[in-house]
Design a protein around this ligand. Structure first.
Ligand code: DLZ
Length: 161
């Protein structure tokens, strides 16, 4: 089968975030990890042109609270996109599954309810090392990736026709 030519879609480039406004909601649980994710997201938004005034950051106690914190942004701050950052580390009980399910479903619901991007930046790892590896370690920083996704989705919405 012939490979589809995707070059017309300019998939690699990241649009300018100059006129975009973002909320970032961050869980306090596993603060060392989540603050590193937030730092990465802020760095990347600024790298692509977002101004400090247009990057709003709020902390919630744990990842389970992330969807509601994200909704506050949508209701009160009129942002173009919300980046959701947390870290849930597998323990001995089912808590991990319930939190992950709650954040996942909550994030999907927010995307569809508000018709704007709520970006899923939740690390769900077996242990702390796996989380560190993805928060500025050997596997990069998932906060950076979440920021790029946010910019691309805002751009897509603004140019959808
Ligand atoms: C209770 C709990 C546990 C056990 N583990 C985590 C975790 O690994 N990461 C995280 O962000 N939050 C955790 N929490 C807290 C819950 O997300 C939530 O804050 C509480 O259940 C209160 O709703």
């Amino acid at each position: 089968m012939a490979t589809k030519d995707l070059s017309q879609y300019n998939i690699e480039s990241v649009p300018s975030a100059e006129s975009m406004r973002f909320g970032i909601v961050v869980a306090e649980w596993n603060y060392e990890i989540t603050s590193a994710l937030a730092k990465g997201a802020i760095y990347t938004l600024k790298k692509h042109g977002a101004t400090s005034d247009n990057i709003l950051v709020k902390y919630v106690p744990g990842s389970f609270e992330l969807p509601l914190g994200a909704q506050f942004f949508a209701e009160m701050e009129n942002v173009d996109a919300v980046i959701i950052l947390g870290c849930v580390i597998q323990g001995e009980t089912r808590h991990f599954d319930y939190i992950c399910d709650g954040v996942t479903k909550g994030t999907v619901d927010l995307n569809l309810k508000y018709n704007k991007p709520f970006i899923f930046g939740l690390l769900t790892t077996n242990d702390e090392q796996q989380a560190k590896d993805r928060a500025g370690g050997i596997h990069g920083n998932k906060g950076d990736e979440a920021a790029v996704t946010a910019i691309k989705m805002v751009h897509l919405k603004q140019n959808f026709s």
